[in-house]
Write a protein that binds this ligand. Sequence first.
Ligand code: NAD
Length: 333
Amino acid sequence: MTCHVAVFSTQPYDKASFELALTDTSELTLHFFEAALSIQTCQLAQNMDAVCIFVNDSADAQVIATLASMGIRHIALRCAGFNQVDLEAAQLHGLSVSRVPAYSPESVAEHTLALIMTLNRKTHRAFNRVREGNFALNGLQGFTLKGKVAGIIGTGQIGLATARILLGMGCKVLCYDPTPDSALREEGAQYVSLNSLIQQSHIISLHCPLSPATHHLINHNVIAQMRCQVMLINTSRGGLLDTQAVIAGLKVGKIGYLGIDVYEQEAGLFFHDHSDDIIQDDLFERLASFPNTLITGHQGFFTHEALSEIAATTLDNLQRAAAGKHHADTFMV
Ligand code: NAD
């Protein structure tokens, strides 16, 4: 029996990667919508069996109750993080939820390195200067990464890949994770307390999930403990940073470099072209105005390899859900 799936927040590259991964024998029919899932757009999933969503769709309790009343049986996340889904509500209404726990963690780790290296060696500024015939080096000075202390908060798939790259570059790698990775320890990383990591690191990179426990993990008090001119990198989820506190840290020079791929209020801003709009988010505009801030629009995952793995795992999850055969690794409810 064919399973109809409403795919929300569809971008052209999503459609292309799903269509490439769909086989002729698949019993899935995908219906692509550009709109993000919200209480206003739930009705697009009328007569469907499942929905497929991404990082800035909202599957809160109200949305889930509405989807359940329409006969939706499954929510397939085509991402790793699941902070946008109310899992309790899903369980209450009998909806199963799947995600893609690991899809090329190296893609996000390598983007993390791109942020670190660009902020440090200022290649984005050098590119513009050289194109204008300006070969002056003033303002482009960086630091040698070898020997610096890099703190990794969260050493799951992505944190582990990031730690390995930084170890390879000669950094001293400090880690904090409630569940330490013994292989990483053997490879030369050191697990320390969160306080110790915050106080010692020249570079701090966040790779833990967003949850009530990690919301605003980086706040005024934590920033006050950091080294002066620390480099702060967040490719995980925007809500890990208290944006106001980070702006205050940048203004006094406590934070010397900020590289973010995610932003607390990114929904409605990221993944769309707003180049002709007046952006109304003053916090975002203030962040973007600092010369030592580098912001990318949630593109850490965006490689050919990751997209094809996301499509393959999501389709497999949808097929399993339709057949009632849940997979322990990818199903959360
Ligand atoms: P993962 O589940 O493999 O690892 C998360 C790790 O964080 C685990 O080891 C866990 O023990 C640890 N952790 C949990 N609470 C913690 C805390 N309070 N302090 C420190 N560590 C804690 O996840 P992953 O695949 O490595 O992904 C990490 C995050 O990256 C995801 O939650 C997601 O939000 C984000 N992500 C971003 C992109 C992007 O494109 N920028 C892509 C994929 C994932």
